[in-house]
Design a protein around this ligand. Structure first.
Ligand code: NAP
Length: 468
């Protein structure tokens, strides 16, 4: 469904009127117009800085340069020495930040590792405060740090929490320009895996991801090349006939995967159409069928990727909830995911290095009245991926979840007008996301671009104020 208000505010009259009335003016987001490029940041100006005792300068400079970014440093910046040293060692050219107001960097990236006190946060302020107003529209701010190394380290834990509060607040300030702020915590040993995560957050592939924290750790190494990350991979997507699932199937195919789309037998016609558009294969099978795991194993063979997208809502206040609606939602949204994965894990249904992506919801984080069944399943998914992460790490793979916010689909088009408008506007970007936004995050988790990311849930919600 198109967002008519957004379109209206893009016109001269709409802009003037919405300004006069103090209404939101949602920015037009710049989304990726195709597959991942080998150098998605080519010719993009990225201004970088570090805290005095930062540890990630080398990984940051190497990842950005390999992604094609044009790197700038501020001549008066206190953290300039580690950057120059890292760049010198890597043979990367750093340019001085041009003086004057006309320089509008497309990204600001700051290595905040080593900050362990309130005073230490001042270096982050000093770097970003004079520059944030000059960030280009649809720009990116990315803060890198370490997760606390010990539960007993009060300084590290305080600083980590402070950085998350800082990034989430700044993201709410600059969202009206279509810009986002995110925080990446790099575990020790995860430096070589930073490259793919950095490409995701700094490119148009993450247009609707704002105010989030993601951890990158050691584990399966980053890919040698970044184009066509799913070439030769076999991926199954449940609920693929329409909506978000169809977009996921299409985006995985865009990156080279051979896709099998699965949906209920009643949807066979729609599924066939979607699959023929993307050169994929259809499997008419209900996820809640007791033999779904066996049939997937026998009809598809071992998988590289499975995306558990199929999901339903059957909203009722708990006092009015009949047991069959409780059972149905619990079984489709959660029970079937556990059963299918168990079966595939038992019967060699996953290839080595396989990746599993589950679709959760911000409804599972905040809870919604009338959604005790749905909220339980979507929160259950978050616990499930966390619990299963070590088992997948042992196989060289990963399991993660994506939690969509308000996404423009048939489901949200059916909402009453006012509820829909509230759901759409109450986020940092003042608009609903598109199915492609979820598909991009799923594609990131389905490929080695997300090497070192395991057991996590990424909200793709434009930093929704509901469920924040
Ligand atoms: P959708 O438009 O209703 O599409 C879901 C697809 O899954 C449909 O094709 C549906 O087929 C299929 N499906 C349902 N039950 C199935 C089953 N038992 N076996 C196989 N396929 C089944 O939903 P959507 O908006 O794209 O949502 C996709 C996922 O994102 C869901 O898990 C949802 O909870 C989650 N999500 C969506 C939003 C949003 O704003 N749209 C927000 C948060 C989370 P039928 O048409 O036959 O039912």
């Amino acid at each position: 469904m198109s967002d008519r208000f957004l379109e209206f505010t893009q016109t001269a009259f709409g802009k003037q009127l919405s300004g006069l009335l103090g209404l939101p003016q949602p920015p037009r987001l710049r989304r990726a117009d195709g597959a991942y490029a080998e150098q998605p940041l080519a010719r993009r100006s990225v201004l970088i800085g570090t805290a005095p005792h930062a540890e990630l300068a080398g990984a940051m400079v190497a990842s950005l340069a390999a992604a094609g970014a044009e790197l700038f440093i501020a001549p008066d910046h206190t953290g300039i020495a580690p950057l120059k040293e890292a760049a010198h060692g890597l043979g990367v050219a750093l340019k001085g930040e041009p003086s004057g107001e006309s320089f509008a960097p497309e990204a600001l990236v700051f290595d905040a590792s080593g900050i362990e006190s309130a005073e230490g946060l001042r270096t982050l302020f000093d770097f970003l405060q004079p520059r944030v107003a000059r960030l280009a529209r649809n720009g990116r701010v990315l803060v890198l740090t370490r997760p606390p190394s010990s539960l007993d380290d009060i300084g590290q834990r305080t600083a980590a929490a402070a950085l998350s509060g800082f990034t989430r607040s700044l993201s709410k300030e600059i969202g009206r320009k279509g810009s986002t702020v995110n925080l990446v915590q790099v575990r020790r040993g995860g430096e070589d895996n930073l490259a793919g995560t950095l490409r995701f957050f700094l490119s148009e592939h993450s247009a609707f991801v704002a105010g989030q924290v993601l951890q990158v750790g050691a584990g399966e190494g980053a890919p040698a090349t970044f184009g066509s990350p799913l070439a030769g991979k076999l991926a199954l997507v449940t609920g693929a006939a329409r909506g978000i699932g169809a977009s996921i199937a299409q985006t995985l195919a865009r990156e080279g995967a051979q896709v099998i789309g699965m949906d209920r037998p009643q949807e066979e016609g729609a599924l066939g159409e979607t699959m023929s558009r993307i050169g994929g294969r259809g499997l008419a099978l209900d996820v809640s069928a007791k033999d779904a795991g066996e049939r997937i194993r026998s009809e598809c063979g071992p998988l590289d990727v499975i995306v558990h997208n199929a999901g339903v809502t059957r909203d009722k206040m708990l006092r009015n909830m009949p047991p069959h609606l409780w059972d149905m939602v619990l079984d489709i949204n959660l029970g079937s995911i556990v059963r299918i994965n168990d079966k595939l894990m038992q019967d060699d249904g996953f290839k080595p290095g396989a990746r599993v992506v589950c679709i959760s919801s911000i409804g599972g984080i905040a809870g919604n009245p009338g959604q005790t069944n749905y909220g339980a399943t979507k929160a259950g998914i978050i616990g499930y991926v966390d619990a299963l992460a070590p088992a997948f790490a042992q196989r060289g793979g990963a399991i993660n979840a994506v939690a969509p916010g308000f996404i423009e689909t048939q489901m949200t088009a059916a909402m009453p007008l006012m509820t829909r408008e509230v759901g759409r506007r109450l986020n940092s970007l003042s608009q609903g996301g598109l199915p492609i936004d979820i598909a991009e995050a799923v594609t990131f988790f389905s490929s080695a671009h997300s090497a070192g990311v395991n057991g996590q849930t990424l909200r793709v919600c434009g930093q929704s104020f509901i469920g924040a």
